[in-house]
Design a protein around this ligand. Structure first.
Ligand SMILES: Cc1ncc(C[n+]2csc(CCOP(=O)(O)OP(=O)(O)O)c2C)c(N)n1
Length: 357
């Protein structure tokens, strides 16, 4: 017997749970991590405020990204403005880094169409709630970049559960054949609603799903923002320089419910969650910055106050935004409405306008 082929999946971690930085990647500029930390902290504060709004009937539903801030902010922080993000619903940190406003994010989760029509970044895709359907869109966007000879990259973010869908495999396959400038970032947060990662795949990693597409797969500690920026940054630059796609798996943990419509206590233990808190990404980054003299107690206090003020202003603006007409439900689906929707639109128009919450 001969070995037909052999593969491996590299794993990266630089900043451990205690905030110790071991053998940093070449050229690491610690200063660059300060705005990253600030956005991660704002993402967490936004998260808590959004859950509170939902609990008081002022948002429809909200998928918290508590614990995933290093993954979401980290991946966005190594994209260029002209790259295109194709997100799911749990990338609040990436939206905020890319310039989506808190008000726009609140509007989205209130069911308001204007939450998908953001002022910037105009070419990023709207949130994909159907699991994995945006993987095909990412290959389409990347094919357009390749066709136009633009040095731009499509960054598709998905969950571990989404890698079980055919859409993901098809997209990886096509991206491999055409060497498309795509990066598939799989945020493995341990769970797909109540299905644990171990029951989602028989593979040792989600990154190795790249191998069948003939492309590299890499894994990193997704709670280590240094590792996230390193692996996603390398994959993006590889794609930009014409060397094709990569699957990046970021190991993280969803510290709370799947959405505000879920109760995670029904399917996982308190012990598991408290063990995961010891790994969370914000504290370890803050410890590093503090040790390097880049972040002091006064900076943290000023940031907390600043974040609260920004959030309260955003909440006030969101709650004061006049609702869209009910007809907005169908107004953005087609260039020309099919007959049955014309009738439904007329019914909606006859009713009174909606309200937030
Ligand atoms: C096509 C499709 N099937 C099923 C669902 C219902 N659903 C919503 S979230 C989810 C789990 C997704 O898990 P994962 O991809 O790991 O992402 P996570 O929510 O954990 O970030 C499912 C099955 C859906 N939204 N779309």
């Amino acid at each position: 017997m001969k070995t037909a082929a052999q593969f491996s999946v590299p794993y990266f971690q630089f900043l451990d749970a205690r905030g110790e930085l071991a053998e940093p990647p070449p050229g690491l500029a610690l200063n660059a991590l300060i705005p990253v930390y600030r956005t991660m902290a704002f993402t967490r504060a936004f998260d808590a405020r959004a859950v509170a709004l939902q609990r008081t009937g002022q948002l429809r539903t909200f998928p918290s990204s508590l614990g995933e801030e290093a993954a979401t902010v980290g991946l966005a922080s190594v994209m260029r403005a002209e790259d295109v993000l194709l997100p799911t619903y749990r990338e609040t940190g990436a939206f905020l880094w890319r310039g989506v406003t808190p008000v726009e994010i609140f509007l989205y989760w209130a069911g308001d169409e204007r939450g998908s029509c953001v002022a910037g970044p105009r070419e990023d895709f709207p949130i994909s709630v159907p699991i994995a359907s945006h993987c095909g869109h990412a290959t389409g966007v990347a094919a357009a970049f390749q066709h136009r000879k633009q040095a731009r990259v499509a960054v598709c973010v998905l969950g571990d559960g989404a890698t079980s869908k055919g859409d993901f495999y098809e997209a990886v396959n096509l991206a491999g054949i055409w060497r498309l400038p795509t990066v598939f970032v799989v945020i493995n947060n341990g769970w797909a609603i109540s299905v644990p990662a171990a029951r989602q795949t028989a593979c040792a990693t989600f990154a190795q799903k790249a191998i069948a597409g003939g492309i590299p797969g890499v894994q990193a500690d997704g709670n280590d923002v240094v590792a996230v920026r390193h692996v996603v940054g390398q994959a993006i630059e590889r794609a930009r320089s014409g060397d094709g796609p990569t699957v990046v798996e970021l190991l993280s943990y969803r510290l709370t419910d799947h959405t505000t419509a879920d109760d995670a206590r029904r399917y996982r233990s308190a012990e598991e969650v408290s063990a995961a808190w010891a790994e969370e990404p914000l504290v370890r980054l803050r410890k590093l910055l503090a040790r390097e003299g880049l972040w002091a107690k006064a900076d943290e206090e000023a940031l907390i106050a600043d974040n609260q003020a920004r959030l309260e202003a955003a909440v006030a603006e969101y709650l004061a935004t006049p609702p869209q007409p009910l007809t907005s439900i169908v107004d953005y689906l087609y260039a020309e409405l099919p007959a049955e929707l014309v009738a439904q639109r007329a019914e909606l128009a006859a009713r009174e306008g909606g309200h937030h919450g």
